[in-house]
Write a protein that binds this ligand. Structure first.
Ligand code: CTP
Length: 403
């Protein structure tokens, strides 16, 4: 999956011959799963029509501060448009627009969006050779770099004027790949290894029966997905769960019992940076597993249970550089019990779910958690979809260890 998937991209098109390539760029971004809105200068409309760009982007195209076709002239809110964007890509970026951007000029809606944008800004210069070489152009580049804007280098080749040299806008597919690589490089968990446990465990009684619990695995799978989207290499050790996750950075290892989960978690823990144990591991298992199906008899039946090994506590004992996170599902004295667990299992963070909270629990799509750190500081969150909860957990970890 592309890192552009789900991103809001505001594409700024300015007036140069390369503006026709903006149509391919819109398609390239959409192919990668992004949503695209286009803002263009009046001059750009000489080279490519708003109709083409709105048809391809499936969104209205903005070129002035008001919507002129509307008799009740509607205001096109550039601030809203800029805040909508996760990325602002100006391609092609002419010498004129680059100079205006560098100097804070604001005489069209594209520049107003630029000045209002809080997101990363990329620009792909496109101009004739001599304009590219003029001393004012590198000055614009330098100034824009100090604003944190990112240049997508123009290519060499034959230019529309017939001159040969630098100034050709990078090809649309190159622009998309450049942005993907740039985002990937800057992801906060880039190069980090995350180990996760998720789901229930099943402890066999005989070949057909087991002791299990209602854990769906949704929370752990959501953390895996979000961790991967933040750049991590994820090992997800899951007990029996219907959840699926196809991601090139996630290795899903399916296990059944607590003992198997214990073995796999220890196999991957040494080499990881962050371990998050969200599985609802059985605390007890049948002391002996019948090799044949147990036949029913008259009267009561008792199964002798023995304790399973506590994976989290064991990892807490051998922990070195790893950031270790546990989950706690409590019904009473929640915060106090969670704090005790942090100490007892040598954790860096605990994610507390209270069964008393509405919207929290095993099979739900939402969760309500309180994060408690090793200094006993508590961070309560509201009820949210599990993927948003995963974001909260991972952002807290990133802030604690990497910022
Ligand atoms: N855990 C584990 N291995 C076990 C049991 C629990 O790794 N055999 C982990 C869970 O994945 C979770 C945390 O420990 O991160 C949850 O602990 P919990 O079961 O709530 O607490 P316990 O320590 O088992 O204490 P109690 O059941 O008394 O609340």
């Amino acid at each position: 999956m592309s890192v552009l998937s789900g991103k809001h991209i505001l594409l700024g098109v300015t007036g140069g011959i390369a503006a026709y390539k903006a149509t391919f760029l819109v398609r390239e971004f959409i192919k990668k799963g992004a949503e695209v809105k286009v803002v263009m200068t009046e001059a750009a409309k000489e080279f490519v029509t708003p109709l083409t760009l709105s048809t391809l982007s499936k969104n209205e195209v903005y070129s002035s501060f008001t919507n002129e076709e509307d008799n009740n002239a509607q205001w096109n809110n550039h601030v809203e448009l800029a805040l909508w964007a996760d990325l602002f890509v100006i391609a092609p970026a002419t010498a004129n627009t680059l100079s205006k951007m560098a100097n804070g000029t604001c005489d069209n809606i594209l520049l107003a969006c630029y000045l209002s944008a809080k997101c990363p800004v990329y620009f792909a210069p496109a101009m004739d050779l001599d304009m590219y070489k003029h001393p004012s152009t590198p000055q614009s580049f330098e100034k824009l770099a100090t604003f944190g804007n990112i240049k997508i280098e123009a290519g060499y080749g034959e230019l529309a004027s017939g001159l040969v040299g630098q100034g050709r806008m990078a090809e649309p597919d190159e622009i998309a790949v450049f942005i993907e690589n740039d985002i990937s490089e800057k992801l906060p968990l880039k190069g980090k290894k995350v180990v996760l446990t998720a789901g229930p465990t099943y402890e066999a009684i005989d070949p057909v029966r087991f002791i299990g619990n209602h854990s769906s695995g949704k929370m752990g799978f959501a953390i895996a997905k979000v961790a991967a989207s933040l750049g991590a290499q994820v090992t997800l050790i899951s007990g029996p769960s219907h959840q699926q996750l196809e991601h090139s950075s996630v290795n899903v290892i399916r296990v059944t019992s607590a003992a198997q989960m214990y073995e796999q978690a220890h196999l991957f823990f040494n080499d990881c940076d962050i371990a998050i144990l969200s599985a609802a591991v059985a605390d007890y298992r049948p002391a002996t597993v019948a090799t044949q199906k147990i036949k029913k008899k008259e009267g009561e039946m008792t199964i002798k249970l023995e304790k399973t090994l506590d994976i989290l506590a064991s990892l807490g004992k051998i922990k070195q550089k790893q950031f270790l996170v546990g989950f706690a599902l409590e019904t009473q004295n929640e915060v106090e019990n969670a704090k005790i667990k942090i100490k007892k299992k040598n954790l860096d963070l605990i994610v507390l779910n209270s069964l008393n909270d509405k919207g929290a629990g095993f099979a739900a799509d939402t969760n309500k958690v309180t994060l408690i750190d090793a200094d006993n500081k508590a961070y309560p969150f509201s009820v949210k979809p599990k993927e948003d909860v995963a974001h909260d957990i991972l952002e807290h970890i990133i802030k604690t260890i990497y910022v």
